[in-house]
Write a protein that binds this ligand. Sequence first.
Ligand SMILES: NC(=O)c1ccc[n+]([C@@H]2O[C@H](COP(=O)([O-])OP(=O)(O)OC[C@H]3O[C@@H](n4cnc5c(N)ncnc54)[C@H](OP(=O)(O)O)[C@@H]3O)[C@@H](O)[C@H]2O)c1
Length: 316
Amino acid sequence: MRNIKDFLLDTSIYFSFDQSGFLRHAKSFEEIPQDLSGLNALITGANAGIGYETAKSLAMRNARVMMLCRNKEKSEEAYQTLKNINPLTQRYIVDMSDLDSIAQLSIELPTSEKIHCIIQNAGLMPQQYAQNKQGLETCLATHIIGPIALLKKLHKDQRIDQHTKNIFVSSGGGYTKKLDCAAMFDYSEERREKYDGMQAYAYTKRAQMVLNRIINEKALFDVRSYCMHPGWASTDGVKNAMPQFFDFTQQRLRTPAQGADTVIYLASRYQEDLDTDGIWFDRVLRNDYLLWGTKETQAQREEFFLRIEEILNTNG
Ligand SMILES: NC(=O)c1ccc[n+]([C@@H]2O[C@H](COP(=O)([O-])OP(=O)(O)OC[C@H]3O[C@@H](n4cnc5c(N)ncnc54)[C@H](OP(=O)(O)O)[C@@H]3O)[C@@H](O)[C@H]2O)c1
């Protein structure tokens, strides 16, 4: 039970998403099991920041970690470090914003064992407008279409089943937006000219929260899906995308390992111990709608799902 002081600090956001928030919440954390042998976990964006810390922690706990990284050279050091920690570690080169690259991955993955946990961590806040080979804007492609294409492919190839957990690493930035298909699926010249990467990021992070609910409601791909946000962690992603925010909050940011804590917690637990309807933050399931007017209607949810299906159907 939270006391009034905790309630006020959590409501402030600043003293909740920051490191002091983590340390305060962590007082009630139990130790995550040291031995996760037998767990097969696939992590996108596993070579840096929160994804790397998640991969490292799971590898140290004897899990088989499948690192999905988009760049061979850039991810080499991270891969070698984790392979030294745990020889079961594997690495696959995949661009999560590219549907062709995702289709290729499933062919390369070992067929012998099921994947128990998919951590959809790859993410970015672009500085300028860019689109993938299929013509989709980068945030939409990386945060929404890529992850769902990955699930679809793994399901088709029977690499996942009803015991698999899908975990979206979303963002508190998503709280500020309402699901908006017009904003996300806007291919106009005007949008390209006036492109705002922070807005595109926030819309697609809200969309991850909604997609999480859709996957569970429609029982898509047999998996159970979970959504979390890490608070504010000191990573190159934040430093490069939001230098002013980084400079201002630097002393207060969480370490990447603290940002990864809830992902590792979710990965280590059984499905039946974890509720799905909301967003996990510091190991507690929280409301995914904090601001008035940010809840989508069922019709908007259905429209979003149809748009995704259309893209997946068009691109095989
Ligand atoms: N740090 C925070 O405070 C914070 C707060 C809220 C949410 N998050 C979320 O946490 C996740 C990780 O962020 P981070 O702060 O750890 O960022 P980061 O340090 O920039 O790491 C991002 C990772 O994603 C990878 N990635 C990006 N686009 C990719 C693509 N198309 N295909 C494959 N991999 C791709 C990057 O690969 P490269 O190394 O090749 O670029 C990198 O490994 C993101 O989803 C972000 O939205 C972070």
